[in-house]
Unconditional design. Structure first.
Length: 281
């Protein structure tokens, strides 16, 4: 029988966060889950009054993140796994995005995740270790037209986590970046935001995402419940896997993209060397 763990998860009202929370509570673990509307998790509170704690949190507020983390560690003393999950998608060509949309997405997907990780590290270090899991996307490695700002946040958080993982490994803190492919969640079919579209882009790759967002054109292959189960299982893998791609299409697309990128870099050997000082100088 596995020991009961305590998990802190942001953004649990729907999608991966909801699936993760339901599975963890069902197996007897404790979950501190953050939402922007407590009513959306009232059913979980009624079903699991002893092991579930819903907390209001706006991840764009650094002060609110700090207060939430302090309160959670004070109340539960030890938190074994922190999952930074809160985020959303924003689609549209770069010039179609408003300044407010850009600021809000960076504050949510990138800065919010950074500040959550920074806030929990001292506590995990003091307790002798723990695990941080950052939800990204295979869009943290592969880029598509019409998704530029989303990619900016995911590529940004992946670089941050990869660096921080090296900083905290010696304290027993493992970090994992999860890169799911398309899944049947509200992220794609409910909560995704779309910019004010310009007709000039209608017949270009920038608006190809409109077909993807319409479920009548076919549903995503990814099962969010199975993906959530693999994320939970990753907490038992030692050492922590730095990256975990979920979805066969996502993995193949990532491999193909990285191979093309590597091949392009390998053509630049002479160019790169031409900018070095000659040997001996």
């Amino acid at each position: 029988m596995t020991q009961q763990r305590t998990w802190l998860i942001t953004g649990i009202s729907s999608g991966f966060g909801r699936h993760l929370t339901e599975q963890l509570l069902a197996r007897g673990d404790r979950v501190i889950g953050t939402v922007r509307d407590l009513a959306k998790t009232a059913d979980l509170g009624a079903q699991y009054p002893q092991t579930f704690s819903a907390q209001l949190l706006d991840v764009t507020s650094t002060d609110a993140i700090g207060n939430l983390v302090e309160h959670a560690f004070d109340q539960f003393k030890r938190i074994d796994v922190v999952i930074s999950n809160a985020g959303y998608g924003l689609f549209g060509a770069a010039e179609e995005l408003s300044n407010a949309q850009i600021d809000q997405m960076i504050a949510t997907n990138l800065v919010g995740s950074i500040q959550l990780i920074r806030a929990v590290i001292p506590h995990l270090r003091a307790q002798g270790g723990g695990r941080i899991i950052q939800l990204s996307s295979y869009g943290g490695q592969v880029a598509f037209a019409g998704n530029s700002l989303y990619h900016a946040t995911k590529w940004g958080i992946e670089g941050f986590v990869e660096a921080v993982a090296q900083e905290v490994a010696g304290f027993g803190i493992g970090m994992t970046i999860v890169e799911p492919g398309g899944a049947r969640t509200e992220f794609r079919y409910g909560s995704a935001q779309v910019a004010s579209l310009l007709s000039i882009y209608d017949d270009t790759p920038a608006h190809a995402f409109l077909r993807m967002l319409d479920p009548q054109n076919g549903l995503a292959a990814g099962d969010p419940a199975r993906m959530a189960a693999r994320i939970i299982e990753s907490a038992d893998i030692h050492p922590a896997p730095l990256r975990m791609v979920l979805g066969s299409q996502a993995l193949q697309s990532t491999i193909d993209t990285l191979r093309q990128r590597l091949a392009h870099f390998e053509t630049q050997t002479a160019l790169a060397a031409s900018t070095d000082f000659p040997a001996g100088e």
